[in-house]
Design a protein around this ligand. Structure first.
Ligand code: ATP
Ligand code: MG
Ligand code: MG
Ligand code: MG
Length: 463
């Protein structure tokens, strides 16, 4: 029977069983006794399984002794207890079938040594063969499933919001424009170049920066909803926390205020961390080696300690009094940069932190105006090593105030969005969690380009 390496290593298959494993060679070591040890991985687990290939195999000389890292192989044999250190099982092979050779082992881009992340980004199609990218891929899968399970168990509906949209959620720049292109009939400029146009069937349209506005519509009918999908931002800067294409989880709850929103964010994050701790033991142990604080200890602590809360005004005072030389200025009314966010949670709090009630002028029009007339019911969840990981708010449910805020920010239209305040409006709130930022926080990986299989950043869109 075909089995995954994960199930073998977990002891789910009885010793003495005939098994077949399929995967890629990580390494080969030949023994003086005339047999070879093959380390085979198939992506299901952090570890490889050891396959012992005896010299008696008919193709031992012709095939086994030519195997190099990266070759694809089907191995059949008996599962036995291993004499080797650090592994409980191995396969005594009765057959090794080579499916694909590596053209030139000397130039195989993922040879068995440690590569820099910069280098691995240039071979994004091969990096899943490394330990690190195998591990991030598995943790990403566990996290994504945990997101859906969390909401499903709490009776949220999953709403797929459009990726092509005419409404710019933040009322800011940073959007990619969608254009139509008829390949059979390419429009040309007078100079003869292809004219890519700039329209979606005659209207201006963009790739979405957030599914929130649409999610609000469903929230005000279904009570509890969430979106989980890709979002796009034309961030033309090279930071380690911004991608041009990233995934966002956006819940939206009705009959709820900012406190309910913060409580949801905290409970959700703690649930996700607990799920990863329970289901990614080996992979977290792997990441644990590379992070001083230890990703395991950190995840356990965060999963079990209530988050600190702080008013934006107090946060600014702490930053001003810190005596720290920041690159960007700190003053009431300015948005915080990641250096400020990181100072607050790393050096002041020593853990995640929820900052609330930001000045209205640095936040989007839809955030609910507080009674002071100067701040809005917004919150950011900040995490050590990353900074902002969640941005959320109670939404403005009063039509007259919404209109005033839209006018202030020079926004027009959005009649459908205004309708939601005309027909059965109610207090509601929600947030957006950057999925890759969370993945980096949990794994301790430093660059967001390494948290998504094929990162999209300035100059990187080929594969
Ligand atoms: P930042 O201040 O870091 O630029 P933001 O305030 O612009 O983030 P929001 O509009 O609040 O981001 O989006 C919600 C969440 O989406 C953020 O808290 C963050 O986790 C994530 N996020 C935002 N922009 C990006 C991006 N370019 N790449 C990856 N994740 C992002
Ligand atoms: Mg931003
Ligand atoms: Mg921000
Ligand atoms: Mg934000």
């Amino acid at each position: 029977t075909v089995v995954s390496i994960k199930s073998l290593l977990a002891g789910r298959v009885a010793q003495g069983s005939e098994v077949e494993v399929r995967g890629w060679i990580r390494s080969r070591r030949d023994s003086k006794g005339g047999f070879s040890f093959l380390a085979l991985h198939d992506g299901s687990a952090q570890a490889a399984i050891q396959v012992v290939a005896p010299g008696e195999l008919a193709n031992y000389q012709a095939d086994v002794l030519r195997l190099t890292a990266g070759c694809s192989v089907i191995a059949k044999g008996v599962l036995v207890e291993s004499q080797g250190k650090g592994q409980s099982f191995e396969i005594q092979a009765s057959g090794i079938e080579v499916c694909g050779w590596v053209d030139d082992p000397d130039t195989y881009p993922i040879a068995k040594k440690r590569h820099s992340f910069e280098y691995l980004r240039t071979v994004a199609h091969l990096r899943p063969r490394t330990n690190t990218f195998g591990a991030t891929t598995r943790v990403r899968t566990v996290l994504a499933n945990a997101v859906h399970r969390y909401f499903y168990e709490r009776e949220f509906q999953w709403i797929n919001t459009p990726l092509i949209t005419a409404s710019d959620c933040e009322g800011a720049g940073e959007m990619f424009r969608v254009s139509t292109l008829d390949l059979m009939n390419l429009p040309r400029t007078e100079q003869g170049a292809v004219d890519f146009g700039a329209d979606f069937f005659g209207k201006e349209a963009f790739l979405t920066v957030s599914g929130q506005l649409n999610a609000e519509a469903y929230c005000l009918a279904m009570s509890k909803v969430y979106t989980f999908g890709p979002t796009f931002r034309a961030e033309n800067s090279n930071t380690s926390r911004h991608l041009a294409e990233f995934w966002m989880v956006e819940p939206e709850i009705a009959f709820a205020n900012l406190d309910d929103d913060a409580a949801l964010a905290e409970d959700f994050l703690r649930y996700l961390l607990t799920q990863v701790l329970e289901n990614c033991e080996d992979d977290l142990a792997f990441f644990n080696q590379f992070v001083d604080e230890g990703v395991l200890a950190r995840a356990q602590k965060v999963a079990s300690t209530p988050f600190e809360r702080m008013d934006y005004g107090d946060a600014i005072k702490i930053l001003e009094k810190s005596g720290k030389k920041f690159e960007y200025p700190v003053r009431w009314g300015l948005d915080m940069q990641s250096e400020h966010e990181r100072y607050l949670c790393e050096e002041h709090v020593g853990g995640p932190l929820i900052v609330t009630n930001y000045p209205k002028d640095i936040k989007a029009f839809y955030m609910r105006l507080n009674d002071d007339g100067k701040t809005v019911a917004a919150m950011d969840v900040l995490a050590p090593g990353i900074g902002e990981i969640i941005g959320g708010a109670q939404r403005e449910e009063r039509l007259d105030v919404l209109d005033m805020r839209m006018a202030e920010q020079g926004l027009e239209g959005l009649e459908w969005y205004r309708d939601l305040r005309r027909y059965g409006t109610v207090a509601h709130a929600g947030f957006g969690l950057g999925f890759e930022r969370l993945l980096n926080y949990i794994t301790g990986m430093e660059n967001i380009r390494d948290a998504i299989p094929f990162p999209r950043t300035p100059k990187h869109a080929d594969y």
